[in-house]
Design a protein around this ligand. Structure first.
Ligand code: 5GP
Length: 180
């Protein structure tokens, strides 16, 4: 039913599984003895974070933060709004932010600076997708699932108007859907 709105599958379910295994292994190696605090940015992080943490073999804690920058459209707004703040302190913690996609870089630039300001020992980012061509603010995530071209994508947590987050893959939405 949802598939009819998708122009092209960009990252398949199998590729996402492989990405999570690879990133999970890398994070497990890099964070030995650091007990990281993994912070997911809602709502897009949900499926990715759930899959990723199953591949991290470490003592770690998870937290969620609500951040919004799209407000229903297909291009980032310049405003980064915190819609739900953290319940735990990040002071002296090694923080790993789990994100669905990095586009302009504004969201992660703001959130990384905020968490460092709050006393985190380190802040790194793991993102399923990276769209470097969309960058407005220089930002390089440490862990990247895959690089994609500058297109508006949905699925695996990513929405258009709050829909399509439940697709098991990442795809390009047909233009006719958002031109309606
Ligand atoms: P940035 O601040 O890097 O521009 O944007 C990060 C946020 O914008 C992501 O967490 C995501 O919510 C949204 N975003 C960026 N590119 C896309 C896209 O292609 N599709 C969707 N659905 N959201 C996107």
């Amino acid at each position: 039913m949802l598939e009819k709105d998708i122009e092209k599958i960009l990252v398949s379910e199998k590729q996402i599984e492989e990405i999570c295994v690879r990133l999970g292994k890398q994070i497990t190696e890099d964070y030995q003895g650091k007990d990281p605090l993994i912070i997911g940015l809602l709502k897009g992080c949900m499926p990715f974070m759930a899959q990723l943490i199953k591949n991290i073999d470490l003592y770690c804690e998870i937290e969620l933060m609500g951040v919004s920058s799209y407000h229903g459209g297909i291009s980032s707004s310049s405003d980064v709004k915190i819609t739900k703040d953290l319940d735990a302190s990040v002071s002296h913690r090694h923080v790993l932010i789990a994100e669905d996609i990095v586009d302009t870089g504004k969201t992660l630039d703001v959130i990384t600076k905020l968490l460092l300001h709050r006393g985190a020992a380190s802040v790194e980012v793991v993102t399923l997708l990276d769209k470097p061509e969309g960058r407005i603010v220089p930002f390089t995530p440490k862990y990247v699932g895959t690089v994609i071209p500058k297109a508006f994508v949905v699925g695996y947590g990513l929405d258009y108007d709050e829909r399509y987050r439940n697709l098991p893959y990442v795809g390009i939405l047909k233009a006719e859907v958002y031109k309606k």
